[in-house]
Ligand binder design. Sequence first.
Ligand code: TYD
Length: 233
Amino acid sequence: MQEVSQELLQSFRAPAYPGSLFLSFEGIEGAGKSSQLKRTTEYLEEKGYRVLVLREPGGTTFGERLRKAILETNKELHPLAEAHLFASARAQLLYEVVMKELEKGGTAIICDRYIDSSLAYQGIGRNLGFNAILQMHSLFPLNLVPHLTFYFRIDLETSYARQKMRNAPKDYFESQGGEFYKKLIAGYDKAAEIFPNRIKTIDGNRDMETVFSDVRSLLDQLIHSINTNSGQA
Ligand code: TYD
C-alpha cells in the first residue's frame, strides 16, 4: 500500500461544538453495525443526549437521490465517479444537518458509515489509494471527522455466516466477490492505523452484548474527557 501523506492527515479535525458528540460506525457487511447503533442510541438517550442517526450515503434529500443513483446502478461506475458521489453526499450532509445540529449543545450525531467507508471501499476496494480519498476530503467541511469512530472488525468467515443467515438481496458493493471483502478489511485496518486516536477497532466476531460493553466503556471515556475539557475552558 502507498505511503500516506502526513501533510494531508494534518487537514482533519473534530468539530469543536461544546457538549455535542460526533460519532461514526464502520464495518463490512455483517459487522453488527445496526444492533450496535440501536444499543448506542438507547444508551446516549439515557445519558440525556438528543441522538440523531444519519445513514451514508443519504440523510438529506439530495443524498438519498445520490444513494439510489449509486446503489441501484446496473452499470459499473468508474471508481472516481463513485468516490466523488459519496463525497458529494457527505458534504451536503455536513452542511445541511451535521454542523447545524452539533451546534445545539447536547446533541449526539451518529453516522452509519463516514469517511472511512470511502477509504476502505473506494481507496482500497476500488484501488484509488488513500491519498486520493484524503485529498478529496481535505477542504472544509469534508475535513471534519468524528470524535470517535467504532470499527467493528469481523473475519471474512463471520461476514459470510451472517450474510447467509440474513439472506438479504445484495446491493452494488455486496455483490462483489471475496477478494473485494478482503481488500475492505485491509482498508479499514489501514485507516485505523493512520487515525489511531479517532478509530477504535472492536472485535465484532463476539456476541452483541460483549461488543456493546466495549462500545459503552469507550463512550464513557469520551464523554468524561469532553466534559472535563469543556469544564476547564
Ligand atoms: P448500505 O445499504 O447502507 O450498507 P450497510 O447496511 O452495509 O451499511 O449501503 C451502503 C453501501 O455503500 C455499502 O456497501 C458501502 C458503500 N459505501 C462506499 O462504498 N463508500 C462510502 O463512502 C459509503 C458511505 C458507503
